[in-house]
Design a protein around this ligand. Structure first.
Ligand SMILES: NC(=O)c1ccc[n+]([C@@H]2O[C@H](COP(=O)([O-])OP(=O)(O)OC[C@H]3O[C@@H](n4cnc5c(N)ncnc54)[C@H](OP(=O)(O)O)[C@@H]3O)[C@@H](O)[C@H]2O)c1
Length: 262
């Protein structure tokens, strides 16, 4: 591989990037980052109008929205085919969507727990679609899974007591599993030019939704004394998606203001 400048390495011009949950809080910032770096972005959402609105708001031309529900294999495959049809390839996948769960360890049912783990099934199946298309089309691909600091460390129960649902046990099982699924797929696909890495955000509460009391408690626990802003994931997602990280696969990049460093 020839030596290239730093601008060339981070440039996503000519790449097509699919991001699930791309109209969500962090998804919007990451989709914007990919578009700003030059990619054609395909925004996945369970709702077409939401996907199209988010794609239309991105900087640059040619972005599109597709319906993609990763909790249902048939809908997942239909969404992927729609994304593939846009430009005949998907060079970058950001597995970001998250079907939520509200029940913590106290009352979650077996069925709800299993359903939450279904997010990992969706991440896996969509990653395999991207790998298969890249291998068949003889191009390289970069897959980014969204993990979490809560896939690496335990919850902080005091932050949630009395103000919010605690971070659910099934979510911790899910995110820990996604970080390890990343390693597994990375080694199987490394020689095929398909990289798989994980991006694990720390506390990035959506200011419009998160209870202020909870945020105050989390601020006290954070080494930086503050929450992450959604734009603070932009650099990492472009790094992982682009040729700036061509020798990196199977890794978990944690952006958490130092939370997991304690
Ligand atoms: N915010 C944080 O503090 C934080 C911390 C650590 C990790 N994370 C991770 O970062 C990712 C984004 O989180 P966020 O805070 O941006 O959450 P968010 O605003 O709720 O966005 C999540 C998106 O997932 C999509 N989604 C839900 N069910 C789906 C399904 N079945 N198939 C495909 N997409 C689905 C939704 O989009 P539609 O309704 O349009 O389909 C939603 O916009 C998640 O994986 C989350 O676990 C977030």
């Amino acid at each position: 591989m020839a030596d290239r400048t730093i601008q060339e390495l981070f440039d996503l011009t000519g790449k097509t990037a699919l991001i699930t949950g791309g109209s969500g809080y962090l998804g919007t910032a990451m989709a914007c980052a990919l578009a700003e770096a030059g990619a054609q972005v395909i925004v996945g959402s369970r709702d077409l109008s939401r996907a199209e609105k988010a794609a239309g708001a991105l900087p640059g031309e040619g972005h599109q929205g597709v319906v993609l529900d990763h909790m249902d294999s048939e809908k997942l495959n239909a969404g992927f085919e729609a994304a593939l049809a846009v430009s005949g390839k998907v060079d970058v996948l950001i597995n970001n969507g998250q079907n939520p769960i509200a029940n913590d360890w106290t009352d979650v049912t077996h069925e709800q727990f299993s359903n939450q783990l279904g997010n990992a099934s969706g991440y896996f199946e969509l990653a395999r679609c991207v790998r298969n298309a890249a291998v068949a089309g003889e191009y390289s691909a970069s897959i980014v899974m969204l993990g979490s600091m809560y896939g690496q460390v335990a919850s902080y129960p005091d932050a949630y007591e009395g103000v919010s649902v605690a971070s659910p046990a099934a979510y911790h099982a899910l995110k820990g599993g996604i970080i390890h699924l990343t390693r597994h797929l990375a080694v199987y696909w490394a020689k095929e030019g398909v990289r798989v890495n994980c991006l694990s955000p720390g506390p990035f509460p959506n200011a419009e939704k998160a209870p202020q009391k909870m945020v105050e408690r989390l601020n006290k626990k954070s080494p930086m004394g503050r929450m992450g802003a959604s734009w603070e994931l932009k650099g990492a997602v472009v790094f992982l998606a682009s040729d700036a990280s061509t020798y990196m696969t199977g890794q978990n990049v944690t952006i958490d203001g130092g939370w997991t460093a304690w």
